[in-house]
Each structure stands twice: as structure tokens, then as C-alpha cells.
Write a new protein. Structure first.
Length: 96
């Protein structure tokens, strides 16, 4: 048995309540927090930042070459790079 002050217990309950309000329906907070990122690029903040910093300043071909030179085998594939940019900077088509 563990004993904690009443104020700390109230804070824990409050935090738990706020977390429950934020979680999407049908998915537990634990599963959401432990879920892997959608892509290996998103899982590697160093590469994500590298790619984001060069978006719009270089062609994708040049970005990929620079990424391979900088990160070697950790660099994403051409298609993974394209999916990363599409996922994070999708341009919606204008309404007709």
C-alpha cells in the first residue's frame, strides 16, 4: 500500500479526468500514448526537422541527396519523403 497526501490524490484524479476528456472515442489513452508514429520519419525528430527546414527551398531530389549525405542509411526513401510532405503540407484543391 502506498500513501499520498490528499491534495496530490485530487490532482491525480483531476489529471485523469482531463485526459479522459481529450482522448478520442474508442481508443484508450494508454494505447494512444504507446502507439508508434505513423512513419519512421515522424519517429525521428532530427530527420523530420531536417526535411521541414528544406521544404520549399530545394527540390525533393536535392533534399533526398542531402539527407542521404547527412544521415546515411537513416535517410528515407523517395516515396517515404513524398508521403511525409503530402501528409504534413497537403494543399487542398480550391472549390470550383
Amino acid at each position: 500500500m502506498v500513501t499520498i497526501p490528499l491534495a496530490e490524490y485530487a490532482d491525480l484524479l483531476s489529471a485523469r479526468r482531463r485526459l479522459a476528456e481529450l482522448e478520442p472515442r474508442g481508443r484508450s489513452a494508454k494505447r494512444r500514448l504507446l502507439a508508434r508514429p505513423a512513419s519512421p520519419i515522424d519517429a525521428d525528430p532530427e530527420i523530420s526537422a531536417f526535411l521541414a527546414a528544406r521544404r520549399g527551398k530545394m527540390t525533393q531530389k536535392d533534399i533526398l541527396a542531402a539527407c542521404v549525405a547527412e544521415f546515411g542509411f537513416r535517410a528515407p526513401s523517395k516515396s517515404a519523403l513524398c508521403r511525409f510532405y503530402q501528409r504534413h503540407w497537403r494543399v487542398d484543391a480550391p472549390d470550383p
